[in-house]
Each structure stands twice: as C-alpha cells, then as structure tokens.
Design a protein around this ligand. Structure first.
Ligand SMILES: [Zn+2]
Length: 390
C-alpha cells in the first residue's frame, strides 16, 4: 500500500475508533465498532511491517480499544517525524521513467536524460535526487508527481513515445492515411501562412492569397482558408522553428547575448533579446530569442528580462555560466554602467572572461548624430525626434 493511501486509511479508521469509544461510554453495544477497531489494528500492523516504518500504531495490550484511540490521534505527527522515507519499487509502475541507483541512493528521470535537449536541466530529477545526491534530500513521491506533470517532461514523454513507437502516433497515422493531393494542399496553405507572417501581412489577407493562388491554377480545396486557420499554421511553423533554434543553441559551445530596449505602443518597456552563436558548420548566426516586457527599467529588471527570454530557448542561469562569453548592448548607463550596469552584473555572474561590446551600430548612430549637429544639419535631428514622437 502506498504511503498516501495508508495515511488516509489510518485517519478514517481513527475516526471509527473514536466513534466506538463514544458508544462504549454511553453503554451501547459495539460489536460492529469492535470489528472496525481490530481491522484498523490489523491494517496498521500490516502496513508498518510492509514498509519497515516504526510507529506507535502497533501498540497492543490490555485495553486495546482505548489505547489505540489515544495513540491514533497523535500518530500522524509523530509518524511524520519518525518516518524514514525509502525508495519504493512500486513507484516505477506509476512512473516508468523513474530509475533508482540503490547503491548511491539517487533517483532520476531516465527519459529526460535520454532527450536532454527537451529536458529542464534544473529539475532535481534530471540532476538526480535522493539521500545520496550532492544536495541530499529524502525520497519523496511528491517530487515525482510534480516532475511527471511538468511541461518539459511532457515534451520528453511525447518524444519518447514517438521514438519507441514509430508510425503509431496520432499525427503519424493521420499522415499515413493522407492522400498526396491532400498533403499538397496543406503544404500550400502552410507556405502561404508562413509568407503572411514573414511579410508582416494581416492574417485577413490569407483567404485572398488563397483565392489568388487558386486562380493561378493551384488546388487548395475548401477547408482552412480563413484567418483562424492561418494563425494555427503560423503557430505550428513557429513552434517548429523555435525548437530548431533551441537545438542549435544547445549544441553551440559558446554564446553571446545581445539586447536592446524599446517601448511598445502602450509605452511599456520591452527588451529585445538575441543570441549569437556558431552553428554546426561554424557559421556565425544571430537569432532573435524573445521580446519581453520588463517589470522594471533598472539593470536588475533588464537582466531579469534577459534571463526570462533566454529560458525560452533552454538557456538558464547555469547554462549562461557555462556558455556565455560575450554581451553586446547600447551605451546607456543601465546597460554599461561601470558599477551597476547589466554588463557588469553579467560579468559578476559568468566570470571575468566575459567580453563586453558597446554595440557598433549604436556607436555609429551617435557619431552620425554628432556630425549632423556640428555641420548645421540640425533639421535631420529635429525630423528624427519629431518622427519618434508620432
Ligand atoms: Zn523527466
């Protein structure tokens, strides 16, 4: 019996025992209640033997009913205190991904380690947890429940199922039954949606773009020709692209963080975060990671925003310490401030080797503005600031 079920049963039996005691005191016959007491006793005995947990529940003796009742009320707290949590092999039935090293006394999620690119590296069950771990902790079922329902683990579980049962996933089965004509239609719709997003077109243009292509001889069919379908296609393409970027960044040995602030239409401060890295052909690539709203505009707020953005591509603070070698910001004090700027805080986090670059493009902009001012072209600056206010 699992520990949780055991506790529930114990509490239920305890209230039955109290009832029996009450009846006894009022002089009522209690054949049924006595049966309950002895069954409570037996079940407590069984459980404590089965799990080698020493509790006061097993008390036997003269006034069994009364003694049991008393000890039951104080059982839960003393039980929790004295409880020795051990690994229960039965957990692996509910959680097939769970592996335990009996000698080292560390358990971990085998699936997450099999697909590290999808896993959350900061999860205790990815690192390994238990009494023998680096940071020792009790064996607990609650940690398994949390891990099993985490977004990263679910993604890993999906991947595992797809790898173990190729061709048996719902999407695979659907694709196998899809005719060539139908899959061509979907391909055209997806390409059109992708074009809509890439060219910054309104999604309402999607149905018209479909009509145009039909006029030009392509067979598109009657389904999924509306803006809602367009959004779904774009989301699917975006998910896939994001995963590709995540994989590439995970494979990269070193990364450079680039970030720049902006304000949106609601005048809320945002931070655009990019990552520069070398792909598997050693070609440098700069990829936008995310645009995040900042809670605060100071250096702590900006750094928090950068961390949040990087986490979307699987770069947490630990990964930053391993891989970040450079950062690039404009010259604003909040970023480049000697004592309290974002760059300084990043350096404190990852180490002295961090190369801080004052963005070349921003530097050039400053130089050009200076030249314009000095050469009497004030109107260009006026125009820029006017446009900025629109
Ligand atoms: Zn896992």
């Amino acid at each position: 019996m699992s520990m949780d079920k055991y506790l529930v049963k114990l509490k239920r039996k305890s209230s039955e025992v109290d009832e029996a005691k009450e009846k006894e005191a009022t002089g009522e016959s209690s054949t049924q209640a006595s049966a309950s007491v002895s069954s409570a006793q037996t079940s407590a005995d069984k459980s404590s033997q089965g799990t080698s947990v020493g509790t006061s529940v097993t008390a036997k003796g003269k006034s069994k009913k009364q003694k049991t009742s008393k000890s039951q009320t104080s059982t839960t707290s003393s039980y929790e205190e004295k409880r020795v949590r051990s690994f229960l092999p039965s957990w692996t039935k509910d959680y097939p991904w769970l592996k335990n090293d009996d000698e080292k006394r560390i358990m971990h999620c085998a699936w997450c380690r099999e697909f590290p690119k999808l896993a959350d590296h900061s999860s205790p069950l990815f690192k390994g947890t238990g009494p023998g771990a680096e940071k020792p902790s009790d064996y607990r079922k609650s940690g398994l429940v949390t891990h099993d329902s985490s977004a990263n683990h679910k993604r890993v579980a999906g991947k595992k199922a797809a790898v173990d049962n190729p061709g048996k996933q719902p999407m695979d089965i659907h694709l196998q039954h899809m005719s060539t004509e139908e899959s061509n239609r979907i391909r055209i719709l997806m390409n059109t949606a992708h074009f809509t997003a890439k060219e910054d077109l309104a999604m309402k243009k999607f149905p018209k773009l479909c009509t145009l292509q039909e006029k030009n001889g392509l067979k598109i069919g009657d389904n999924w020709r509306n803006d809602k379908a367009c959004r779904k296609f774009i989301d699917a393409v975006a998910d896939e692209s994001r995963q590709d970027i995540k994989d590439e960044i995970n494979d990269a040995q070193f990364i450079c963080i680039l970030a720049d602030g902006t304000t949106d239409r609601g005048v809320i401060e945002q931070e655009n975060v990019y990552v520069r890295y070398a792909d598997k052909d050693n070609t440098p690539k700069t990829t936008m990671v995310d645009c995040v709203a900042l809670e605060k505009g100071d250096s702590d707020g900006v750094l928090k925003g950068i961390d949040k953005a990087l986490e979307t591509v699987g770069v947490n603070v630990d990964t930053q310490k391993e891989k970040v070698v450079a950062c690039n910001f404009d010259g604003a004090a909040v970023n480049m401030g000697k004592h309290n700027g974002v760059a300084k805080k990043l350096k404190d986090r990852v180490g002295e080797h961090l190369v801080t670059v004052h963005c070349v493009a921003h530097n050039l902009e400053l130089a050009i503005l200076d030249v314009m001012r000095d050469s009497g072209m004030q109107y260009v600056e006026d125009l820029e600031s006017t446009l900025g206010r629109v």
